[in-house]
Design a protein around this ligand. Structure first.
Ligand SMILES: Nc1ncnc2c1ncn2[C@@H]1O[C@H](COP(=O)(O)OP(=O)(O)O)[C@@H](O)[C@H]1O
Ligand SMILES: [Mg+2]
Length: 401
């Protein structure tokens, strides 16, 4: 790859003050080299920026050859790389190459800019995906986008289908959140952003896994990770699925902690205290005795979400996804068999509703959903009852929006 040849010859250390010099044979070789499996990014034309994640920018682009085929190009951030191509991007690519499913974003190819003297022989690499018109965070932040109960069922059914598929392939997503869920204009949902994903193994009587627990965006992070578990499994993604499901009605994230400690308190306020009664081996987790864990909270998931969800089956499924003990949390397969998906109204195709919205909606382009205006507008729309008004007033204590 261009970067490693470049590194071994030290051309990258040249500063801007380096005098222009004629190409050495090596540099010319790199410039002219035809990478057989890595096309030049010039085959696409950037249209607009649609994302700015932790690891780089994402652009909407048009394929020049076909002119009406759109892709999303995710730039591989190389700034801090001394060792050539970043291992984290390699991991993401390997996982995406393995996963091919209707409800997982499709990686088309990896592209590169030509290595030239202008970029000091450092190519920029892009992951190129099929373009999806919206992400769920963008859709939820727009109050003109209204999901019926049947449409919410369709979103959740596809999300769980995607999770069922990746978990069956022994992959953990580890960054479930609304911004990482894409939806095409035809209403097909795709799980995206495998930047934190990894393969997992099930330990039966063998030595426990020691995965990092510094994964998953704080607001969607399950209690076992917040308590320091390093031998976790697919249940971490199911918690995120529960948070996203609730958000389909509340329209903003349900537990917005500012710190890991505060996140644990919000979780307890909604799901009850971390007792051995509901979670037998919780005491063995590394941070159990180090965090401040309130001991007298009762579980209020159904009671508090009922005002938004207004569907008994929906509340029941949410209750099963938001179980504190990962061993009691419902898995994707069982969730797909839940009556929520098999009772009237049945899951409804999203394409008709989406056809009313012709502009793309992405988190990057949307106003913050952190709380405030958006939620207040929403709450006015949904005939706020007394209990909710009270919750709003005590919003620090009671953070289920
Ligand atoms: N295939 C795609 N089609 C449309 N938008 C996308 C696509 N992939 C990513 N995006 C947008 O870019 C954002 C950032 O991409 P993501 O893969 O989540 O990277 P990061 O690791 O930086 O969060 C997403 O939240 C989404 O809005
Ligand atoms: Mg992301």
């Amino acid at each position: 790859m261009a970067s490693s040849s470049r590194d071994s010859h030290g051309t990258q250390s040249g500063s801007i003050t380096q005098p222009m010099q004629s190409l050495t044979a090596k540099q010319k070789y790199i410039e002219d080299y035809d990478f057989p499996y890595c096309d030049e990014s010039g085959k696409y034309e950037k249209v607009s920026k649609i994302g700015q994640g932790t690891f780089g920018e994402v652009f909407k682009a048009r394929e020049k050859k076909s002119n009406n085929k759109f892709v999303a190009m995710k730039k591989v951030l190389m700034d801090n790389e001394k060792e050539g191509f970043p291992i984290t991007a390699l991991r993401e690519i390997r996982i995406l190459q393995l996963l091919k499913h209707e409800n997982v974003v499709n990686l088309i190819e990896i592209c590169r800019t030509k290595a030239t003297q202008n970029n000091r022989y450092r190519s920029t690499f892009y992951l190129v995906f099929d373009f999806c018109d919206h992400d769920l965070a963008g859709l939820l932040s727009n109050m003109n986008v209204k999901f019926s109960l049947g449409e919410i069922k369709k979103v959740m059914q596809q999300l769980l289908n995607g999770l069922y598929y990746i978990h069956s392939n022994k992959i953990l997503h580890r960054d479930m959140k609304a911004a990482n869920v894409l939806i095409t204009k035809n209403g097909v949902l795709k799980l995206a952003d495998f930047g934190l994903a990894r393969a997992f193994s099930i330990t039966k009587g063998k030595q426990a896994n020691r995965y990092t627990n510094r994964v998953v965006t704080l607001w969607y992070r399950p209690p076992e990770l917040l308590l320091g578990d390093r031998n976790y499994g697919p249940a971490v993604d199911m918690w995120g699925a529960g948070c996203i499901m609730a958000e389909m009605w509340t329209r903003s994230p349900i537990m917005q902690g500012n710190s890991e400690q505060q996140q644990l308190i919000f979780i307890s306020q909604l799901c009850g205290s971390f007792t051995t009664e509901v979670w037998p081996d919780v005491e063995n987790l590394d941070l159990y005795s180090k965090m401040e864990l309130p001991m007298n909270y009762t579980r209020k998931v159904k009671e508090r979400l009922r005002h938004y969800v207004k569907d008994t089956q929906g509340c029941d499924l949410l209750d099963k996804l938001l179980q504190l003990d990962p061993k009691s949390r419902i898995d994707a397969d069982t969730a797909l068999n839940h009556d929520f998906f098999w009772s009237d109204p049945m899951p409804t195709d999203l394409s008709k509703m989406l056809s009313q919205h012709t502009t793309s909606m992405f988190e990057y382009l949307a106003p913050s959903r952190r709380s405030g205006q958006m939620m207040r507008q929403h709450q006015q729309q949904i005939a706020v009852n007394q209990v909710q008004t009270k919750q709003q007033e005590n919003s620090y204590q009671d953070r289920v929006y």
